[in-house]
Design a protein around this ligand. Structure first.
Ligand code: ATP
Ligand code: MG
Length: 445
């Protein structure tokens, strides 16, 4: 699978985020709307209704006072003339007017014009009758005035009282309705809240699932790519090693035979030449050249692939190699090894040897240290190679990363072992290669 064929999940995730945010905003807006609706209903309707009912009770109270006054006026035992009640009537009238004005303002929204007209007309008629009654009383006709009270005023008062009582009942009913309406709004809001919550949760869930899905896909592809890359690297390493070994053998066994043969033929020819003759001297010189060529071929062969590894095993090769490195680089190497409990030959040995080579190369090139520690441990279940220096240590960020460390890791993988990079307590670097014993013993290229 190619990484380029994978669609970026950003658009989908962005979409999920927008949906979620939109649901949250819509939900917040809706709830605010509903709550302010409930508040308006309470303010406008329920509160006004209560205030209105209070005024209606005040009116009713005034009407009752009027009824009591009228009853007293009808009572013949009273020593006062009827006109004596006029002041009381005036007082009640002004209170009643005031109460009615306030009530009218409060009830403006839910009272029909007919209701208002009826109340106003009834009241006007009542006060007309009151005026007439007091006029009769003032003219010295108390009996006629009383008759007027009995016939007209009391009836009108009762009618007014009934009308006001009816308004009170209406107010109660509308308050109940408002309360029911509020209850319904709360129910609806609750239902919608669950709905919105569901939508939001679903959006979050879908977005998260999508995220998990794309992540898994990406990780799977990364793993595949990494596996392929590793496989390729290991194949390259294996091919390189087998080619190098082949060339090294050819150089050693085939090409190396030529200077050897030339050298021995020259030796024989030398013996046949007269002693101290210039021919003999020249033959000796040429034999020297043949020997140098042979040495060069051998060391090239050794450098490409130490034949020693196949012949004497890893342990001897490391001995030889470390002394060469010490001579070539001037680095003091402290070498520790445990007793060899199992042989490691060419197949696995070359990888261990290359790791050692690269690690020591790095010590020389990067660490700045002039001493290194090499430890080779043959343990019962594994082989361990450790290369340590107390130099600069790995830089925090490698400016120009090479492939030495990568190749070390791939070689470790080839041997089904592992490689660890650590910093020893004194600073510097420590590289440890661990190879399972069965791989170290039996690995074939
Ligand atoms: N022993 C060490 N001490 C300090 N730094 C080291 C040591 N070994 C490696 N490094 C750091 O790690 C980096 C990577 O090492 P690596 O062997 O992978 O690459 P390289 O040696 O630079 O190049 P290459 O090995 O491909 O020729 C080096 O460039 C160096 O900075
Ligand atoms: Mg290197």
């Amino acid at each position: 699978m190619q990484l380029s064929t994978v669609r970026s999940p950003t658009a989908g995730l962005f979409f999920g985020l927008i949906i979620t945010l939109a649901a949250v905003v819509a939900y917040a807006w809706y709830t605010t709307q509903q709550i302010s609706g409930v508040r308006a209903l309470q303010n406008n309707l329920v509160d006004r209704n209560r205030k209105d009912s209070l005024q209606l009770l005040r009116i009713q109270n005034d009407l009752n006072s009027l009824a009591l006054a009228m009853r007293d006026m009808l009572d013949n035992d009273e020593p006062y003339p009827l006109t004596a009640w006029k002041a009381q009537f005036q007082r009640i009238r002004s209170d009643l007017d005031n109460a009615l004005r306030v009530e009218e303002e409060l009830a403006a929204t839910h009272r029909t014009p007919e209701q208002r007209e009826y109340l106003a007309k009834q009241l006007a008629q009542f006060w007309d009758a009151v005026e007439r009654t007091f006029a009769l009383a003032g003219d010295g006709k108390p009996d006629e005035a009383r008759a007027q009270i009995r016939l007209t005023l009391q009836a009108r008062q009762a009618a007014l009282s009934t009308a006001v009582a009816r308004l009170l009942v209406e107010n109660n009913e509308s308050e109940q309705q408002a309360n029911q309406q509020i209850g319904r709004i709360y129910d609806r809001v609750q239902r919608q809240v669950y709905g919105f919550l569901g939508v939001t949760l679903a959006a979050i869930l879908l977005t998260s699932l999508y995220l998990i899905y794309t992540n898994r896909q990406l990780f799977a592809q990364l793993a595949t790519l990494s596996g392929q890359r590793s496989e390729l690297a290991q194949k390259l390493i294996a091919t390189q090693e087998s080619t190098l070994r082949h060339i090294s053998r050819e150089l050693h066994d085939e090409f190396g035979q030529i200077p050897t043969a030339v050298g021995s033929m020259l030796g024989r020819a030398e013996k046949h030449a007269p002693e101290n003759s210039p021919v003999r001297a020249e033959l000796k010189e040429v034999r020297g050249i043949a020997q140098t060529t042979l040495d060069n071929v051998r060391s090239l062969s050794q450098a490409l692939h130490p034949v020693m590894l196949d012949e004497s095993g890893l342990e001897s090769t490391v001995d030889w190699y470390l002394s060469t490195v010490e001579k070539q680089t001037g680095i003091d190497i402290s070498y520790e090894k445990t007793e060899n409990v199992f042989p490691v030959r060419g197949g696995a040995g070359i990888h261990v040897y290359r790791v050692l080579q690269e690690a020591l190369n790095n010590v020389t090139r990067h660490s700045g240290a002039n001493k290194a520690w090499v430890r080779l441990r043959f343990l019962t279940d594994r082989l361990e190679l450790e290369v340590e220096d107390h130099g600069k240590g790995f830089p925090a960020e490698a400016a120009n990363p090479g492939i030495g460390l990568v190749a070390m890791r791939e070689r470790a993988e080839l041997l089904e072992g592992r490689i660890e990079f650590a910093e020893p307590p004194g600073g510097g670097t420590r590289i440890r290669l661990t190879v399972p014993r069965e791989k170290a013993e039996s690995h074939a290229e």
